[in-house]
Each structure stands twice: as structure tokens, then as C-alpha cells.
Design a protein around this ligand. Structure first.
Ligand code: PLP
Length: 387
């Protein structure tokens, strides 16, 4: 069966050109980027080229980029490293309520260290009201974090509207931009952030590699200790093939972005319009808000999202209920809860996230299969939502 993969927000396949760029660094160019000899310098050169490529993708200088093991580690470094360094000045941290767990769980860990966290709700359209966020700031606030694009509903947050006020108050401003890379342009200067997290596997790079952007002149405290790699901010032998892959993926993303974003928006809108036309009791989440071009999240009255997902999987269509790291959990999505969606409706959420390989024929097939699967489930248990 030709499977239709519509879960690109969970992860993406490594692009062939990215794989090709990585391959030599597993075998003949295997050096440790910290070694002084030929093999070490060969690896070091490749790492520095990748640093340039990633820096270009986000409008940063190469010196502001630190390679990490992914988005989670970069988020941890920003929050632990930012909050602990400023603990003498204040212990209050502010975030939106619909951040990824890499942020929320880190903030919970910081609470256990004696920090105080305020989570600001988002509006029903999946957008943060900047005024509401700024109202949550206190004289002892030291770190603020707002994701650039939400992983479940795709909404793009108004970071630039917060930046000047946060900077004026000397508050470290972090953004988790993991779901934005390769989908929308990112310019750290225009966003006005101090730190930013990216993950390669969300934009056709390999898993297990990411970056932490740290604006020149801003400081955070390291959370890992060991060697001097990455200016001792992220010690440990560098994952050279992964880093090379991230660089190649960044270059590809930058080159393709204008074309891919137009194509994906058109296909996502076609999928959305087709579902709205064919299906009753459908609620498109964040329909009126600015969203990443590839993301469509819908709730379907009277069904359980997991049942629909399993049914679609049997038909060769791969979608998800939300974040992959929360899959298997029976709790309704905290993202939809933060948007004020009822627990009952949120249980029916299905996220479809398109990618560079998605075709119109695939979208048409989903438009054929999904309404039929929905009808079947609804007729099985019309009153219980077939839980
Ligand atoms: N932040 C967001 C918004 C994500 O979607 C993800 C991935 O699921 C992460 C952070 C974690 O990134 P990684 O898988 O590289 O640790």
C-alpha cells in the first residue's frame, strides 16, 4: 500500500541531498572535530560550514549558534541556563500555556528549584494576546518564553510585538522555533529574541541534532559540564554527521521555502475546504489565525480522535492527535485546553501536517477516505463518541 504521511510536525524524512551530504562523515571523514590532525580539521571545517548554513537560515551570525542534541536540549539550555544565571535578580518566569512539553516540563523542574512560573492563556483562535502576556510581567521576571509556531494548531505568534518591552525590562526572551523552521521565514533580529531553539528533524534533517541560538552579548549558564566544545556551553564530542545534515537541511529549507510554502498552503487549504464541504460537525482549529502553511487541526464531533487515527492508519493515511511525545496519553491536548476547547471536543482532534512530498492526489485520497471513516465511526456509536 502506498502510505500517505501527513504527520510532518512529528518528524520528516531526511531529504536525499541531506543524506548524501552526511554520508562521508560516518565513514571516511570520521574525525573528532576537536582533534588537531587532518581528520579533526576536516570534521571541524564541515561543522563550521554547517554553522554558517544554519546561521543564514535564521539571520544570525555563526558565532551565535551552538549545536545541541535537538530542540528539547536547546529549550532546556535557554530556560535553565537563563533562569539560573539571573536567579539573584529574580525568580519569576513567564510562558504561554500552550508551549511544547520541552518548555512546560522544564519550567516545572525550575519550579521545583524555587522559581515561580506564570502561564499566560492564549485566545480561542490559538493566538497570544501580547497585552495579556505583558500584563503578566513583574519586576522580578527574568525569563519570558513564547513559541514561534505551535506544533498542534500551527499558529504563528506575534513575538516582535513583545520584544522591545521585554528588552527594555532586561528580561531574557526565548522562543521555541522548532515548528517554524522550513515553514516560515525566521529572522532573529526582526523577532527580537535573545535565544531560540531549532531541531533538524522537523525540516528534513536528521534526528538528534538541533541548535541553540544565543544573541551576541547575552549570557546563559551551561547546564552540562565536560570539555570545551561549543565554547563549553554544550560540552561533548560533536555529532559531526548530524551537524552536517542540519546544515544541508537548513540550506535546502532556505532555498525551497518560498515555493514550498505557496504549494503547501494551497494543498492545506484544499484539504480544509474539502473537509468542511464533505463533513458535518467539524471544527477547524485556529482557522482564522496565521498558521504554518502545512498544518491543519480539526475536531470532529461525536468521534474519538484516536479511533479515527487508527481507522485512517488501516487505510494507509498517517495522521496524529497532536504532539508525538504525548501520543498514547489519554489526556486531552493542553494546547486545545489553553485555547478554551472543551475536553470532549478536544478528544476528537486530528492533526494533519503536510510536507514537501505531499501531492494533490494524496490530498484527494484523504478527502475520499476520511469522511467515510468518520461516517462509519459515528454510525457505530452515535451517542457515545465511540470511546
Ligand atoms: N518544541 C516543539 C514545538 C516541538 O514540536 C518539538 C518536537 O516534537 C520539540 C520542541 C522537541 O524537539 P526535539 O524532538 O528535537 O527534542
Amino acid at each position: 500500500m502506498d502510505r500517505i504521511y501527513l504527520d510532518h510536525n512529528a518528524t520528516t524524512p531526511v531529504a536525499p541531498e541531506v543524506f548524501e551530504a552526511m554520508a562521508p562523515y560516518f565513514t571516511e571523514a570520521f574525525g573528532n572535530a576537536g582533534s588537531v590532525h587532518f581528520f579533526g580539521q576536516q570534521a571541524r571545517g564541515a561543522v563550521e560550514e554547517a554553522r554558517d548554513q544554519v546561521a543564514r537560515l535564521i539571520g544570525a551570525s555563526p558565532g551565535e549558534i551552538t549545536f545541541t542534541s535537538g530542540g528539547t536540549e536547546a529549550d532546556n539550555l535557554a530556560l535553565f541556563g537563563g533562569a539560573r544565571l539571573r536567579a539573584e535578580r529574580g525568580r519569576h518566569l513567564v510562558a504561554t500555556a500552550f508551549e511544547h512539553h520541552a518548555i512546560l516540563q522544564t519550567l516545572e523542574a525550575l519550579e521545583r528549584e524555587g522559581f515561580l512560573v506564570t502561564l499566560v492563556p492564549v485566545e480561542s483562535d490559538g493566538m497570544l494576546d501580547p497585552r495579556r502576556f505583558l500584563e503578566a510581567l513583574r519586576p522580578d521576571t527574568t525569563v519570558a518564553t513564547v513559541m514561534l509556531a505551535n506544533n498542534e494548531v500551527g499558529t504563528i505568534q506575534p513575538l516582535a510585538e513583545l520584544a522591545s518591552e521585554l528588552r527594555a525590562r532586561g528580561i531574557l526572551f526565548h522562543t521555541d522555533a522548532v515548528q517554524a523552521a522550513g515553514k516560515i521565514p525566521i529572522d532573529v533580529k526582526a523577532l527580537g529574541v535573545d535565544t531560540l531553539a531549532l531541531s533538524a528533524h522537523k525540516f528534513y534533517g536528521p534526528k538528534g541534532v538541533g541548535i541553540f541560538y544565543l544573541r551576541k552579548g547575552v549570557q546563559v549558564r551551561a547546564v552540562q559540564f565536560g570539555g570545551e566544545q561549543e565554547k563549553a556551553l554544550r560540552p561533548g564530542t560533536l555529532n559531526v554527521p548530524g551537524i552536517v545534515g542540519m546544515g544541508a537541511a537548513a540550506e535546502l529549507a532556505q532555498a525551497e521555502l518560498p515555493e514550498v510554502s505557496i504549494r503547501l498552503t494551497a494543498m492545506r487549504d484544499r484539504l480544509q475546504a474539502g473537509l468542511l464541504e464533505r463533513v458535518s460537525g467539524i471544527h477547524v482549529m485556529a482557522q482564522a489565525a496565521p498558521r504554518t502553511p502545512n498544518t491543519l487541526n480539526c475536531c470532529f464531533e461525536g468521534v474519538h480522535g484516536e479511533s479515527l487515527i487508527l481507522n485512517l492508519d488501516m487505510e494507509g493515511i498517517e495522521v496524529s492527535s497532536g504532539a508525538a511525545c504525548a501520543a498514547g496519553s489519554t489526556d486531552p491536548s493542553h494546547v486545545l485546553a489553553a485555547m478554551g476547547v472543551s475536553a470532549e471536543l478536544a478528544q476528537s482532534a486530528v492533526r494533519m501536517s503536510l510536507g514537501r512530498g505531499t501531492t494533490e492526489a494524496q490530498v484527494d485520497r484523504v478527502l475520499e477516505i476520511l469522511p467515510a471513516a468518520l461516517e462509519r465511526l459515528r454510525s457505530l456509536a452515535p451517542h457515545t463518541g465511540n470511546r
